[in-house]
Design a protein around this ligand. Structure first.
Ligand code: FCB
Length: 460
C-alpha cells in the first residue's frame, strides 16, 4: 500500500491529460417543473414517502439551471480542462419519444457554448438515470421499447449539439440503473424483482449500442463510450470457496457489463447462475443485439469509489456471496472502504483483459460529514487525502501500462445524492442549500493547485 500513501506526482501524467469535474442533471439542475420539462422517475420516487432520506427531492437541488453562468465561472476557477455533465431526457424530449423541446435543448446549447468559451471541453452523458416517467409508465427499462426510445433521444441530442460536443458517454452506470432501480429497489423506480433487473440490464446495454449508432451517424470525429461503475472484487481469504465467490461478485458487478460491451456477449457462468432470471431465458436477447452492444467504442469510462471484499456464503442471495467490512481499513461517510490500491489493480486488469483504446476515470470521490468552519470554509482533509491517494494510484496504473487518458472528480459541488438526499456531500465545492452559496472546500483548493502544476507549460 505504500505507493498510495505518497503524494501524487503532477508531472507523472501525460501531456493533454483530461482533467475534469463531473455532475449529473437531476442532481444539480433543479427547475424540475420549468420550460416544459416533464417528470422523471426520480421526481416520482422522491414524492413517494420513505424512499428518499428526509423526503428530499430535486425540485431545486443546486438551482444550476438558473445559475448557469456563475457555475460555469466556478468550473473554470478550478482549472479543469473538461466538464462532465448529463442531459435530462425529460427536459429535451418531454414525452420520452417524439417532439423535442426547444427550451430544453437551448439550456444545454448555452451550457456547451459557455464551456467552449472558457476553454473547457464538454463531456456529455446522455443518460444519468432520469428516465421520463411516461416511459416508466409504459414499462421502463425492463421493456425493449425504452432502449429504442433512448436511441431516438440520442439522435435528437446529437443533432442539436454534435457540432460542438465531441465527447459522448452513452449510459452512466447501467449496473446501478438496473439493479438498484429494479432489483433491490433502493433507487427509482424502486422495484424489487431480479428478473426485471436483468431484463433492464440488457435493455440499458442495448440502449448504449443504439446511442452509439446515433453518435456515429451524427457526430463526425466523436469520441464515444460508456461509463461503468466497477469495483475490483477480492476474496476474503485464499480459500478456493472465497476465490470462487470473488469471481461471482466480479461476474455480477463487472463482467456482466464489460464482456458484452467489449463484444464477447454475456459471461456464461452468470447466465447459468441466473437461470430463469437471465435475459436469455426471458427471450430478450434478439437478433443482432450482441453486435449492437459490442460495437467498438473509443474509450471506457470507469466510475471508481471503492472495492469489494467477499466471502463464500451459500444461501445469501442469488450470488451466495457476503460483502465484508475490512478490519483496520478506513471508510468514507457512505461506508465505502477507501481502497486506492484497488484502482491501480482494476485499471491494470482492464487493460490486460479487455484492452480498451483509452481509459478514463469518469467519477471518483468521497463523502464525509463536512462541517463549515468559522472562517466559512470546509477543511475536508479526509477528502483531500482520498483524492491524493487515488491520483497516486492512477499514476501507478499509468506506470504499469494502463492507457489512462483522463480523470474526473465527483463532484463539482454538493448535490442531490439520490436515495440519500442532500445528506451525503461529495462536492469539492460546498453548497449551502438555504442560500445556494458556493464555497470551494480545502479539497477543491488542493485539486486546483494540483491541476495547475500538472498542466504547467501546456497550451491552454
Ligand atoms: C455514482 C453516481 C453519481 C453519484 C456518485 C456518488 O454511482 O453515478 O451520480 O451519485 O455515485
Amino acid at each position: 500500500m505504500t505507493a498510495n500513501t505518497n503524494q501524487p506526482n503532477p508531472h507523472s501524467f501525460p501531456p493533454r491529460f483530461t482533467w475534469g469535474v463531473a455532475t449529473s442533471s437531476y442532481q444539480i439542475e433543479g427547475a424540475a417543473h420549468e420550460d416544459g420539462r416533464s417528470p422523471s422517475i426520480w421526481d416520482t420516487f422522491c414524492a413517494t414517502p420513505g424512499k428518499v432520506l428526509n423526503g428530499d427531492n430535486g425540485d431545486v437541488a443546486c438551482d444550476h439551471y438558473h445559475r448557469l453562468d456563475s457555475d460555469l465561472d466556478l468550473i473554470a476557477s478550478v482549472g479543469v480542462n473538461a466538464y462532465r455533465f448529463s442531459v435530462a431526457w425529460p427536459r429535451v424530449v418531454p414525452e420520452g419519444r417524439g417532439t423535442p423541446n426547444p427550451a430544453g435543448l437551448d439550456f444545454y446549447s448555452r451550457l456547451v457554448d459557455g464551456l467552449l468559451a472558457r476553454g473547457i471541453t464538454p463531456w456529455l452523458t446522455l443518460y444519468h438515470w432520469d428516465l421520463p416517467q411516461v416511459l416508466q409508465d409504459a414499462g421502463g427499462w425492463p421493456k425493449r421499447d425504452t432502449a429504442l426510445a433512448l436511441g431516438d433521444y440520442a439522435a435528437v441530442v446529437t443533432d442539436a449539439l454534435g457540432d460542438r460536443v465531441k465527447h459522448w458517454i452513452t449510459i452512466n452506470e447501467p449496473w446501478v440503473a438496473a439493479f438498484m432501480g429494479y432489483g433491490n429497489g433502493v433507487h427509482a423506480p424502486g422495484h424489487t424483482d431480479l428478473a426485471e433487473s436483468f431484463a433492464a440490464s440488457h435493455h440499458l446495454l442495448l440502449a448504449h449500442g443504439l446511442a452509439l449508432q446515433a453518435i456515429r451517424a451524427n457526430v463526425p470525429g466523436a469520441k464515444a463510450g460508456i461509463t461503468l461503475n466497477l469495483a475490483a472484487a477480492y476474496p476474503a481469504t485464499g480459500s478456493p470457496e472465497d476465490q470462487a465467490a470473488a469471481w461471482r461478485q466480479d461476474g455480477f458487478a463487472n463482467r456482466w457489463y464489460l464482456d458484452p460491451v467489449f463484444g464477447r456477449g454475456y459471461p456464461q457462468d452468470m447466465v447459468e447462475r441466473l437461470g430463469a432470471a437471465s435475459p436469455q431465458a426471458q427471450g430478450l436477447v434478439r437478433g443482432s443485439d450482441l453486435e449492437t452492444i459490442g460495437a467498438p467504442t473509443d474509450f471506457l469510462g470507469v466510475n471508481m469509489y471503492s472495492r469489494s471484499v467477499v466471502a463464500d456464503a451459500p444461501g445469501e442471495g442469488f450470488l451466495d456471496v457476503r460483502q465484508l467490512r475490512v478490519e483496520g481499513s478506513e471508510y468514507t461517510g457512505f461506508d465505502w472502504e477507501v481502497a486506492p490500491q484497488s484502482l491501480t489493480d482494476l485499471m491494470l486488469r482492464l487493460q490486460r483483459d479487455y484492452n480498451p483504446p483509452a481509459l478514463y476515470i469518469t467519477e471518483n470521490g468521497a463523502t464525509y460529514p463536512d462541517t463549515v468552519a468559522e472562517d466559512g470554509t470546509v477543511h475536508d482533509e479526509e477528502r483531500t487525502r482520498y483524492f491524493q491517494q487515488h491520483l497516486a494510484a492512477l499514476g501507478a496504473a499509468i506506470t504499469g501500462g494502463a492507457k489512462m487518458a483522463g480523470y474526473f472528480a465527483w463532484s463539482l459541488m454538493d448535490n442531490f445524492e439520490w436515495a440519500e438526499g442532500y445528506d451525503k456531500r461529495f462536492g469539492i465545492v460546498h453548497v449551502d442549500f438555504e442560500t445556494q452559496a458556493r464555497t470551494l472546500k480545502a479539497s477543491g483548493r488542493w485539486y486546483r493547485d494540483f491541476l495547475a502544476r500538472a498542466q504547467e507549460g501546456q497550451p491552454a
